[in-house]
Design a protein around this ligand. Structure first.
Ligand code: CIR
Length: 247
């Protein structure tokens, strides 16, 4: 497995914000945090492809939103936030040698943070960033996958509300989604004091998880690697957002 990451933009403090109030973001601290995350990833995958950060794109570290890599193709997104649309160019270039590329086009919008791939089932959040047209285009590209739209309320992305933490198990904050579409899965609820604790990154059998959510962490079994994620959380990012896994 490979992972693709992108450096923190020196302009990260000017990031998009939807549900959070703006707070100062320390570029140095955010970069150190990201460096620690990349090191953990490096210990779990064969190769980390690092695309440099870009001052033109404050949110570029959240590389997950720019592409979804499936077994036999990669779908380059059209991010819902206009300020982020230019991020896709460098990522398409990095992915071109690895997969045939498809591209979401206007009027479609889609952020990778809304796409939860579970083997051949793909759940896609309908959010302020991802619209019906984006999901329709994704479905047409992803032949052989069962693509299901999931409404999300009050969270930025589907994966703010739900992620996979093990084979057959999802971690969820039910305040933001109805869990009916996830029948058949074992569900672990976040601790109510840690609403942002549902975002975890499963790499093989190992879970990368923010060290800021100890109560939820205590509910998770298996091999968990804790990473600092507090500075980029001020930019509304979680641990899935900063990597694209290429299996
Ligand atoms: C944004 O609003 O687009 C960024 N500030 C945060 C994106 C986080 N990405 C993700 O959850 N996949």
């Amino acid at each position: 497995m490979k992972a693709l990451t992108r450096g923190v933009s020196p302009e990260v403090a000017q990031c998009e914000l939807t549900h959070l109030e703006r707070e100062p973001i320390d570029f140095g601290r955010a970069s150190r945090e990201h460096g620690a995350y990349v090191e953990v990833l490096r210990s779990l995958v064969d190769e980390v492809i690092e695309v440099p950060g870009d001052a033109r794109f404050p949110d570029c570290v959240f590389v997950e939103d720019t592409a979804v890599v499936l077994d036999d193709l990669a779908i380059i997104t059209r991010p819902g936030a206009e300020s982020r649309r230019g991020e896709v160019e460098a990522i398409a270039e990095a992915l071109a040698p690895l997969r045939p590329l498809m591209q979401i086009e206007a009027p479609g919008t889609l952020d990778g943070g809304d796409v939860l791939v579970c083997d051949r089932t793909v759940y896609i959040g309908l959010t302020s960033r991802t619209n019906e047209a984006g999901i329709e285009q994704f479905r047409a590209f992803a032949r052989g996958y069962d693509v299901r739209a999931v409404p999300v309320h009050g969270a930025l992305h589907l994966k703010t509300a739900i992620t996979r933490i093990a084979h057959g198990t999802l971690l969820v904050n039910r305040d933001w989604i109805d869990v009916a579409p996830f029948a058949g899965w074992k569900l672990v609820d976040v601790d109510p004091s840690e609403p942002f604790g549902a975002n975890a990154l499963l790499v093989g059998d190992v879970l990368i998880y923010p060290r800021e959510f100890p109560r939820t962490r205590a509910k998770i079994a298996g091999d968990v690697r804790l990473v600092p994620a507090g500075e980029l959380a001020k930019a509304e990012g979680g641990v899935t957002c900063s990597a694209i896994l290429i299996r």
